[in-house]
Design a binder for this molecule. Structure first.
Ligand code: FAD
Ligand code: SF4
Ligand code: SF4
Length: 363
């Protein structure tokens, strides 16, 4: 069924920043992906949210591409894959599921280091001419940046479990004149960029220059102040600058300090630090990426990979052929666990949508 039959998908020029602000930002369903800030010169990130800083001539671009205003996954899948997902495809449509590990990953890599290895291979083989990655400052505040060398990509390895408007750095890449932009990020960021690439709208701002989307798995994300004040300082008595790594493993949220000591709580006890805009989010496995990378399903130090599009298959095959990654089959048990988590996220999405009165995101 087409989106227009299910909900009122806006037509060109129908809704502007006023509607975006009312329906998404003030309703607290904004996931701070940065898509609106990236492509509209009148929107900036002010006090940690998108804000209009100039006269809005109602061009409608921000409303159109925001992943929270409307998203019809059936329509997106049809455009991207030529078909819709079957009922048993809980991780979305993919061509291959495999466990992989980078052969020379940096110590900072979160899991198998494959996200970094794929982007480095893409850069070195000319598939992309830059990669938009999410780095951090000394206190774990996220910094999205345009990396143009393998060293810069590697320096951004590792998961920052806080919300980041990373899509905004695609604007910087476009401003700098890059023509084949790679991007790695969370499912919501990938949704924004895939809408930008796929929707049949007349806006032209260089979307054809977005060349490769590497999506991460994501169950939830956290608010920086809530996580650092509530958990890192409040519960563990640490300063963010004392932290060397965050990880979520086997139901525990773990903070490793710079002496190597692990501090942990059950993931269930971190609910109050979760970012509110993550509520109406169904997408665990970055279903609209070219290739998805996560940890669930694979052994410690390995990554779970789902290749989805031609571009994703090609970059995976090239990275393997170059000897930059090794692979082994993913176990049925591992894949089943990933599917179970994805289904759990959809259930949470359904109840949050009812609670937050969201009806224009259709999985
Ligand atoms: C908020 C969040 C939640 C996640 N939750 C899960 C989960 O529930 N289950 C699961 O299996 N995997 C989850 N992941 C993915 C997992 O943590 C690893 O990112 C993934 O396995 C890739 O590991 P790697 O060693 O290949 O990546 P690396 O080579 O270490 O590269 C990681 C890349 O992630 C990017 N990145 C880091 N933080 C962010 C951020 N906040 N926003 C956007 N991009 C970022 C960096 O640019 C870097 O290039 C999550 C990731 C994030 C960011
Ligand atoms: S969800 Fe993304 S595109 Fe939508 S308002 Fe928030 S930052 Fe902008
Ligand atoms: S839970 Fe959803 S909205 Fe939140 S960061 Fe992950 S993909 Fe984005």
């Amino acid at each position: 069924m087409a989106a227009k039959e299910k909900f009122a998908e806006p037509t060109y020029l129908e809704s502007g920043f006023g509607e975006l602000e009312y329906k998404v930002i003030k309703s607290e369903i904004c996931c701070r992906c940065g898509t609106c800030e990236a492509f509209c010169p009148r929107i900036e990130h002010v006090e940690n949210k998108p804000a209009l800083v100039n006269y809005d001539p109602l061009c409608g671009l921000c409303f159109t591409y925001c992943p929270r205003t409307f998203l019809d996954m059936g329509a997106m899948e049809t455009k991207l894959f030529g078909r819709t997902r079957k009922a048993d495809e809980a991780l979305g449509i993919y061509t291959k599921a495999i466990s992989s590990q980078a052969k020379h990953s940096s110590a900072a890599a979160q899991d198998g280091g494959v996200a970094t290895a794929l982007l480095v291979q893409a850069l070195q083989s000319g598939v992309i001419d830059c990669a938009v990655v999410t780095d951090k400052d000394g206190e774990w505040r996220t910094i999205a940046k345009v990396a143009t060398t393998a060293e810069e990509i590697s320096a951004s390895a590792g998961t920052k479990y806080t919300i980041s408007n990373s899509v905004d750095a695609v604007r910087i890449a476009l401003e700098k004149g890059y023509k084949k932009i790679g991007f790695v990020g969370t499912p919501c960021q990938i949704q924004g960029l895939r809408k930008v690439k796929l929707l049949d709208e007349p806006y032209q701002f260089g979307q054809e220059k977005i060349a490769l989307l590497v999506g991460l798995f994501c169950m939830e994300n956290f608010d920086y102040d809530a996580l650092m004040n509530g958990l890192v300082k409040g519960r563990f008595g640490l300063s963010p600058k004392d932290v060397s790594r965050f990880e979520i493993k086997k139901g525990m949220f773990r903070v490793i300090d710079k002496t190597g000591k692990a501090h942990e709580v059950k993931i269930d006890e971190t609910d109050s630090f979760t970012f509110v805009g993550c509520g109406p989010c169904f997408d665990f496995a970055s279903e609209l990426a070219d290739i998805s990378v996560g940890s669930v399903g694979s052994a410690e130090g390995w990554s779970t990979i789902l290749t989805r599009t031609d571009a994703g298959e090609k970059i995976y095959a090239a990275t393997l052929a170059a000897g930059a990654i090794a692979e082994k089959p993913i176990s049925e048990k591992g894949l089943a666990l990933a599917k179970k988590l994805a289904a759990g996220k959809v259930k949470r999405f359904e109840s949050k949508c009812a609670e937050m009165k969201v009806s224009s995101i259709i999985r």
